[in-house]
Design a protein around this ligand. Sequence first.
Ligand code: GCW
Length: 705
Amino acid sequence: MWLPLCCKRSQTAADRRAPTPEEHNDVSTPAPVADPAVHPAWLPDAAFAPLGSRRIAVEIPARDWSTLSAQVAQTVRAEVAAAVATHGGAVVDASDAPDVALVVIAHNDQDPEAFTVAHGGGVTRVTAADPRGLLYGLFHLVRLGEAAFDGSAIGEDVERHAPATALRMLDHWDNIAVHPVMGQVERGYSGGSIFYRDGVVREDLTRVARYARLLAASGINHVAVNNVNVGPLETRLLGDLLPDVVRIADVFRPYGIQTHVSVSWAAPGRLGGLETSDPFDAGVQQWWADAADRVWAAIPDFGGFVIKADSEGQPGPFVYGRTHADGANMLAAAVAKHGGLIHWRAFVYNHEQNWRDRKTDRAKAAYQHFAPYDGTFAENVVVQIKHGPLDFQVREATSPAIAAMPNTRVAAEFQVTTEYLGHQKHAVYLGRMWSELLSFPYWGEGSATMADIATGRGPGGRAGGFAAVSNVGDDVFWTGHPFSQANLYAWGRLTWDPTADPIAILDEWIGLTFPGLSAAGRQVVHAILDESWETYEMYTAPLGVCFMVYPHSHYGPSPDGYEYTPWGTYHFADRDGIGVDRTVATGSGYTAQYPAPWASVYESLDTVPDELVLFFHHVPYTHVLRSGKTVIQHVYDTHFEGLERVEASIAAWEAAAAEFPADVAGRVTERFAEQLGSTTDWRDIVNTYFLRKSGLPDEQGRRIY
Ligand code: GCW
């Protein structure tokens, strides 16, 4: 019998047989049941109405599918069955005049996630070589709505859709044990964890199943389920808690998602009682090989390990005088025979710096630690590098390390959770920011972009993919601020197609999530979010200066918050000027880490883009930007305008709120009240700080304290 997927405890090799035709026709996969207590996000029932009112044929031949593909096939059938049951359509045979045909056919398409669409003779036809592609094709139809069936969005010519990369990942920083400082979810602003509660893995993983469905509908196919800061309890996910990982993987698999676990470099000691973690020690190597064997025996399609080593107190190979390549390659050898991946994070820097030391520049760290080892990492190591050299700031330069490793698989890492961007209390849409970063041409106009490098279209042709920290928790809206769902959605969509228009993605999200909304209502959400990243930048740290936040919480304005701490991020403001001199000529020399033309573009004050001027240079407050304004006047103007923009958003929201479901309206209104107070603090504290430091008044004589 084909057990309901949620009840299957583990996969064995025997499970990898092809399902029988009866099993294929079985729709006992639990249909996605609406839970009124949880917001449906971009998959409300109404989104399925155009599809679900059609006559739909699903043809998936019985074949020797992997367990993953076989279960996704079941999901496609279950989704279709649920949609037609709700919206009055029917599941029909291919010969019985369907309106929609979802077909797995022998294809020479090499990509199991690709699909094609075409519309002709009144039939919308989706084909794929593998059920996984068919699932993405199905969600493509859902996104298009009516336009998928009337010939307007899908034409007669066969159109192929395929993801830019096979590695489209979300990393959870969820802790099993509630961390005394970081809580259940590190940098989580959406309640508790959907996986864990108070020291145990949840019995009921229904939320995880719903999450898996949302992720599949946005394009995500890999999830790491625990924090990269791995505590003693979380280390046990490789040991006695492995059955819990099996349960989680079982819930993700039907939606084509592979599960990864973050591991601790100290695991051989913590779990195996070994006295060393030296990667050159045969006992350590054996311990990891055994651990990998155990994990893959339990979860044959397990994705691999994520590791944060020698970073912010996490142990790593440095203690043994070994390099990150030594460490990563040892783990890679342990998982290679299982087809596993090692995501080795490049977030390595000295967090015990002395603020008096003006030579050490944290921005240089990732490049210094990793670039020299380019070409020495094993084929199944993905070096995961944050998009900027610091830490997910609202504005920082792109990481030069990403472009420095053509012979290494590099994944670009982003943050969907808004650690430095308002904690999902502020309405901030990140699609436009990510899109700008992803399209950054590392060797100048028209050259390979960050997205090209990550997807294997860069100089060395190696694909590492995309990873981002999730913003989801057990909150009824998933993301605290209901509008922060747009970020999760956009992340998935951009990993599938990093060249997609982020504003079109925003509109797509609005249309799916608020199906009954008038055009005016949709326009209000659009207007609030459209340039909200720029707005947030306006009222927070100016011109790429970074980190003017309260230490630890990273929320709210504290201009000197990090200035005299060991974390190594400074702005050096004095009475004359501000900014970090990262030039070769007079500063830390960081600009030399970039290829041409950026090394010289950033080096010179004449060519550095305004928005990054304080990231690269220390300048007087009277320095005239390319915009024609002085730095000081830019600071004042943007901070006044930033708050005005938020006030305008609030006014627009208040006029439209009644059109939204009461729960959404209530939450958004509450968040705006917080955002208004916080933005006012930002404006006044940053302006006052600059006025007091510089003594230079605002040209417009506005009130500064
Ligand atoms: O952004 C910083 C966060 C830490 C986080 C770290 C990382 C998981 O403040 O909370 O730790 O980055 O990326 O590892």
